[in-house]
Ligand binder design. Structure first.
Ligand SMILES: [Zn+2]
Ligand SMILES: [Zn+2]
Length: 274
């Protein structure tokens, strides 16, 4: 009996090893994602290593790690390099030898932290490749872990410091456990960085931030949820906001842009019909 860890081609999530592909992807069946018109598809890490290649680029001072051609949701991961070790923020499905070699060459990885289930992907394979480092996930999203592993470190509450000056903040919104990472010494000018995944979605103009329960299915968030996101990041100083996709970086005045975006979101919710 051969067991295979199947990976959903629509969201990139790797499942607990099984003989045959799971009957459906629970993450894609949820109202925040979707099954493509072509139907549910599956691949494996072994196949991805042959069909795709890793891509690397400097994203305003952080190392971005993506895939070519684009795969599943299309996010890129970010490597946070601190004097106390490197942290991988969010994951991509492709774990390749060249990526591991490159990361090991710059000090390896000490921990992995994830914003929300859409980027859990092959987090277990990433952890194991670095000797079983902790994968920090907010416990409120526990039900969305499709491959359980001893290295997954669930955290509770609203904040958790995972390294000096590196704090996970539960912002909620898109998912109850929706997490952002604050890096006090991060950003191009060292003025602090907020790594936001799509919990605060950096818009195409790289100034505005969007807040939704579902981006592909256009399910909005109400005023209370958006105010809570603002209040939870308010105690932290940051100049830049790093979203989930290539180029999605608010490079300056990030904190003021978050305030503005929250005000604008709420103003439109309250706006009378034209
Ligand atoms: Zn899926
Ligand atoms: Zn998402």
């Amino acid at each position: 009996m051969t067991l295979t860890s199947f990976i959903c081609t629509a969201c990139g999530t790797e499942y607990t090893p099984s003989e045959t592909p799971p009957p459906a992807c629970l993450i894609c069946d949820d109202e925040r994602q979707y099954v493509p018109p072509s139907g549910q598809g599956w691949t494996t890490l072994d196949r991805l290593q042959r069909s795709h290649m890793p891509t690397f680029r400097d994203e305003h001072g952080l190392l971005g790690i993506g895939m070519s051609p684009a795969f599943a949701i299309g996010q890129r991961a970010l490597l946070v390099r601190t004097p106390d070790g490197n942290i991988l923020w969010d994951c991509i499905s492709l774990v390749s030898d060249v990526t591991l070699e490159l990361i090991r060459g710059i000090g390896g990885l000490k921990a992995i932290a994830l914003s929300h289930p859409h980027y859990y992907t092959t987090m277990v394979a990433w952890s194991r490749a670095f000797g079983g480092i902790p994968v920090h996930l907010h416990a409120a999203d526990r039900e969305w872990v499709m491959r359980r592993d001893d290295y997954i470190a669930f955290w509770d509450g609203d904040t958790k410091e995972i390294a000096p000056g590196v704090t996970l903040i539960r912002a909620g919104g898109h998912y109850p456990g929706g997490t952002v990472l604050h890096w006090a010494a991060g950003g191009p000018d060292g003025g602090g960085a907020l790594l936001s995944g799509d919990i605060l979605q950096v818009a195409a103009d790289r100034k505005h931030l969007g807040f939704m329960r579902s981006y592909p299915n256009f399910i909005p968030l109400g005023a209370a949820a958006v105010r809570a996101i603002r209040d939870r990041v308010a105690p932290y100083r940051f100049g830049s906001v790093y979203g989930a996709f290539w180029n999605a970086v608010v490079a300056q005045d990030g904190k003021a842009q978050v305030e503005k975006a929250v005000d604008r979101h709420i103003a439109w919710l309250d706006r009378p019909a034209d």
